[in-house]
Design a protein around this ligand. Structure first.
Ligand code: SF4
Length: 442
């Protein structure tokens, strides 16, 4: 993936977040076109399509629905709405210090600095009235955390549009899934009223098509996960960031196309005995726990180049995926949609008892042959820090791997410089893992 270009806004003037983002993504796209990079255009195609879909929702006769936390986005799409996941704002602007700090600083005028920067950034956009598009509705959940439970109701008031709240339980069992499925049922008449469309045969047929696409995407995602289990790992750590889009774009052709192309590329490289990583030889297989470091995703490239250490999986992006097994059975689809919501990235491990997180850890450490363990600890995610000791002791005892704790702000790049971060990871790699820094020696 190409890096985000430098700031292109005037900080003294109001910002239009959507236009600015669309322009930035388009400039990356045009740059790649002129540089003749057809083999990787698909990495930016999906970003361009998804942001422009939001910008052009009204022009295309659709309702624009902002959402926070896991909500049934496939149902929103069936009712001709464009769902806009607000977490994509902070993760998109995390590497742009000026823009990101503009919104975080605005929120800190009203909320504690200890609030998660994922929420601070998106709340700051609402407080400054700089989203750049009018919302027709806002839908949010009561998970994953206290931070979101503070931010979403505030955003509800600021956007002042129809709102629907999903009360999501901590329990990920039959009772929990049924509790959510009942709320999905109640969501349908609310959507009918919002859109003026009926939950009739035409709508149900459309919903089925969307869920078929969701299934297709999850089959590709599963195959990509299996590909990452192979040694050497063919696909670079950066692809994990791109694949996070599966969490909020289910049921779209653009997601299916991206995953399919990625898989074809990965399988072709594997057949040729090659990889798309930045190192000549894989030496270590890294698992990043807790959050992805959106403010510095380049750190994964650096680990690849410097130590031959490939990030094979990350705790945030890990997705088991849910495949709908009876698309004509509304009761079953509701139930599985509820499962999809409760197994969504971040929710799966960070909401509820630590046992859920340990399950994700077992999946990652057993199946991906991990031998380097890094707790990439986003400071705002306080409840996961509280479980950190249990989780890292578990990894030490069960897998014999000592874990590096790195405190970072996954969204606010001012928290820790690139040099500090490299020094911390480098010291661990060389003194604990015993890694050979072949860049330094070169
Ligand atoms: S990173 Fe942690 S604190 Fe931030 S929104 Fe996610 S669960 Fe909440």
């Amino acid at each position: 993936m190409a890096n985000t270009p430098k700031q292109n806004f005037d900080p003294t003037k109001p910002v239009n977040m959507i236009d600015l983002t669309c322009e930035q993504v388009d400039s990356i796209y045009q740059h790649m076109l002129t540089k003749g990079m057809p083999e990787i255009m698909w990495t930016v195609d999906i970003q361009k399509s998804s942001w422009e879909e939001i910008r052009d929702a009204h022009k295309n006769g659709k309702k624009l629905v902002g959402f926070g936390g896991p909500v049934p986005v496939t149902l929103l799409r069936a009712f001709d709405c464009v769902p806009f996941f607000f977490d994509t704002i902070p993760t998109r602007i995390a590497s742009m210090e000026d823009l990101c700090s503009r919104f975080i600083d605005e929120t800190e005028k009203y909320a504690p600095t200890s609030m998660c920067a994922i929420d601070k950034a998106q709340l700051g956009v609402a407080l400054k009235h700089e989203l750049g598009v009018e919302l027709d509705a806002f839908v949010h959940a009561t998970v994953p955390c206290d931070s979101a439970r503070i931010a979403y109701p505030m955003m509800e008031r600021l956007y002042d549009c129809p709102c629907y709240t999903f009360d999501l339980p901590f329990r990920h069992d039959d009772k929990g899934f049924r509790y959510v499925a009942d709320q999905i049922q109640a969501f349908v008449p609310w959507l009918e009223e919002l859109t003026g469309l009926k939950w009739d045969d035409e709508r149900k047929a459309k919903f089925k098509e969307i869920n078929e696409l969701s299934n297709e995407a999850h089959v590709y995602l599963k195959k990509l996960s299996d590909l990452r289990k192979k040694t050497p790992c063919v696909l670079p750590g950066r692809m994990l960031v791109l694949n996070e889009m599966a969490g909020f774009l289910p049921g779209t052709q653009m997601l299916v196309d991206m995953l399919k192309t990625q898989l074809e590329m990965g399988e072709m490289l594997a057949d040729m005995g090659m990889t798309a990583t930045k190192c000549p030889e894989e030496k270590y297989r890294v698992c990043l726990m807790q959050n992805m470091l959106w403010s510095n995703t380049g750190i994964m490239d650096w680990m690849e180049k410097t130590y031959g250490a490939i990030t094979v999986m990350d705790g945030f992006g890990y997705q088991e995926g849910v495949i709908f097994d009876d698309l004509d059975n509304w009761e079953r689809v509701k139930y599985q949609t509820a499962q999809m919501m409760l197994f969504a990235p971040m929710i799966h491990g960070a909401t509820g008892p630590t046992d859920y997180w340990l399950k994700v850890i077992d999946k990652m450490y057993e199946e991906y042959s991990v031998n380097v363990s890094i707790f990439m600890g986003h400071v705002g995610c306080k409840h996961t820090w509280a479980s950190g000791k249990i989780v890292t002791d578990y990894i030490q005892e069960k897998y014999g791997i000592p874990t590096l704790y790195v405190d970072v702000d996954a969204v606010d790049p001012r928290y820790k410089s690139n040099d500090e971060l490299r020094a911390q990871i480098g010291e661990y790699m060389e003194s604990v893992v015993g890694a050979h820094n072949y860049r330094k020696d070169a």
